[in-house]
Design a protein around this ligand. Sequence first.
Ligand SMILES: *Cc1c(COP(=O)(O)O)cnc(C)c1O
Length: 440
Amino acid sequence: MREELQKYIDTIPAVRDVSQLKETFWINEKKIPNAEKEITMLRPEQIEDARKRLERFAPYLEEVFPELKETHGIIESQLREISGMKDFLNTAYGAGIEGRLMLKMDSHLPISGSVKARGGIYEVLKHAEDLAFEAGFLRETDNYRVLAEPRFQEFFGKYTVQVGSTGNLGMSIGIMSAKLGFHVIVHMSADAKEWKKELLRNRGVEVIEYEDDYCAAVEQGRKNSETDEMSYFVDDENSRNLFLGYSVAGERLQKQLEQQNIAVDSEHPLFVYIPCGIGGAPGGVTYGLKQVYGDNVHCFFTEPVHACCMLLGMATGLQDQVSVKDLGIDGRTDADGLAVGRPSAFVGKVVEPVLSGIATIEDKKLYDLMRGLLDREDIFIEPSACASFAALIRPKDLSGYVEKAGLADKMKNATHIAWATGGNMVPEETRKAYLSMGLA
Ligand SMILES: *Cc1c(COP(=O)(O)O)cnc(C)c1O
């Protein structure tokens, strides 16, 4: 396979760089103005449908998760300005950030402490609703609080939910499915952290461990599920439902920016940086943001050097027909949420006309950024989430994009949002270990 890829290595500088395990900043030349309206694989009404479904479930979620009392069952995170971190990036990395730097704290999302609490939980709720509708036990106009009654747990208990995961998706699917009463099996790849498996087992989730990577865990989960007609497989490689769950973030972010009196328009561009594994989370968020802000939002994905699957798939145009392993890259990274070697089969195509670019980052920098954020802002996020700063610490490449987009004189009015995708469930001991990583 490496031979077949040689022509891409020879002709596309970003592919050459990733093949040499260099940090890379790829600008998407296929981006088209106003293209979000022309995406046909999904429709904006589907975001609306997802938003309404989450609202229907809110009374149930409020009932069964005490941490959702305050928001009345809505799973949302804070958007916080981090000027101390901006100072750190400008000083330690010469980032030259002019406008405002903010953190979207999905690291602190209730229930499962990562961005997967958007897509993962949404997909489980959708499946539960489908089953309950079909059985005639629930109607759209009911107060969904009834789902907390034992008769529903009994009902869902006849069904199984399965998922393959590097950790965080398993946490969201596992916790939510178990709460509803499903039998749930999480197939965990070798990258998954021990504490996540433990936490799930303690909540009654069946965890099956694999020596192999993420794709292998997904494959086995899919096979297992196919042999059982009562089983539903959450398919991270293809799922539209996961994607739509993430995309609801677009409108939610718009509300938060409005509440904080932060303008986004042609004079005030918005830059958003989202860590990418298989692509569902950053793809869904990007799709949602593009529907709201169109050309005034500039979305970048970020990946570890060793798991640069989306960059490889998009830059070559091969999408899911290529794996980082085909380039001899091992896919191993401490950013466990991003340890994916082959991108989603459909996300790359959906975001192709709207994505601005992809930056990759070395693992050792993730720890430095983690310490910087903790020192300056007193916020802890996990290694995967620290990748959200990958593009900001490459000021030359970023200004190349900015100049081409004709935004150079507007950057002092810009808002940058680093999407912190996980962290607050990391146990104290693991945090300490992370914080001492890479120090001499
Ligand atoms: C899953 C995950 C991502 C990326 O989501 P994908 O859908 O795999 O692209 C980013 N950060 C963290 C912490 C994650 O768990």
